[in-house]
Design a protein around this ligand. Structure first.
Ligand SMILES: [Zn+2]
Length: 315
């Protein structure tokens, strides 16, 4: 029998989610639909019925404001939403969105607390809305709060870590994470992404205030072999050399060949491969500590397969 959550025995992998993340509804026909998370949860429960789930706590205002301006916090949470509130052309809030955004960021914070305390070796946060497009002062691109950036700041400021890496393999560039971590001492932001594509940032020349951003643009149609080769040659050695004490992962699965919003040509095995490479570096430098959070991914089939591959490799 597996140890129940909270029994005090350390687990290899902690899983966090919250029902509010299923209720966040940006509108009929929107690609960032509740069905995405439902598919991920269903696939993970089928594949790993023994894994203990934990309810994500809400991030506190103090935790959110380590990464975001008080004005953004007020704009999103200051007034309750009745019906729907449009934030930008493709970002909207429903009644549950504020809580979903707080629980998504809170999941990453709780995952970090769990791995720092040694209660778990790694954590996966099955949450939405995604976060990596949200900048310090602006919600955009389906994202409200930048959960992973909130987590990075929490690891640096609350836990006092000196080297925290954020690895973002979502097919879109995480302009928000780059913005928030641009000149944050102790952070390294790494992203591979299709270019040109939304949001238009992430050129190789964007290297951060202290050389702390590593951008790897991929061309449309980029196949598995080219993707793996680029990571092997350009990214993984630099991540290894950084000697991260914690790795945070923005796990978007929209570089999969089935994804309707992008045209990179990865298959499910590429996500297992990359996750194992990241686990290997985490084992070498970070006592295994790695916390991953769901970002994009808009094919339900790819989401099911890739989340199982990713979580399987994290175990
Ligand atoms: Zn994406």
């Amino acid at each position: 029998m597996p140890a129940p959550a909270g029994s005090g025995r350390p687990v290899n992998l902690a899983l966090f989610t919250h029902p509010a993340c299923l209720r966040h509804d940006p509108g009929a026909g929107h690609p960032e639909a509740p069905a995405r998370l439902a598919a991920v949860l269903e696939a993970l429960n089928l594949a790993f019925p023994q894994l203990p789930w934990q309810e994500a706590p809400a991030a506190s205002r103090e935790q959110i404001e380590r990464a975001h301006s008080p004005a953004l916090f007020e704009a999103l949470l200051g007034h309750p939403v009745h019906g729907r509130r449009q934030i930008d052309a493709d970002t909207a809030m429903s009644e549950s969105s504020a809580e979903a955004a707080l629980r998504a960021a809170g999941a990453v914070v709780a995952g970090i607390d769990a791995v720092m305390a040694g209660r778990a070796r790694r954590a996966f946060c099955a949450v939405r809305p995604p976060g990596h497009h949200a900048t310090r002062g602006e919600a955009m691109g389906f994202c409200l709060f930048n959960s992973v950036a909130v987590g990075a700041r929490h690891a640096l400021q609350h836990h006092g870590l000196q080297r925290v890496a954020v690895v973002d393999f979502d097919v879109h560039h995480g302009n928000g994470t780059q913005d928030i971590l641009w000149d944050t001492p102790g952070s390294l932001y790494i992203s591979s992404h299709q270019a040109p594509l939304y949001p238009g940032t992430g050129a190789r020349s964007e290297t951060g205030g202290a050389g702390r951003c590593l951008n790897l643009p991929l061309s449309a149609g980029c196949p598995s072999a080219e993707f793996r080769d680029a990571w092997r040659r350009e990214v993984l050695p630099q991540l290894d050399a950084f000697r991260p004490q914690l790795i945070l992962v923005s796990a978007g699965f929209d570089a999969h060949r089935l994804d309707p919003l992008a045209s990179v040509d990865l298959d499910t095995g590429d996500y297992a491969w990359l996750t194992l490479e990241l686990v290997d570096i985490a084992e070498r430098h970070a006592h295994g500590r790695l916390v991953s959070a769901l970002e994009g991914g808009y094919s339900l089939t790819a989401l099911r397969e890739c989340s199982v591959a990713h979580v399987g490799a994290l175990q």
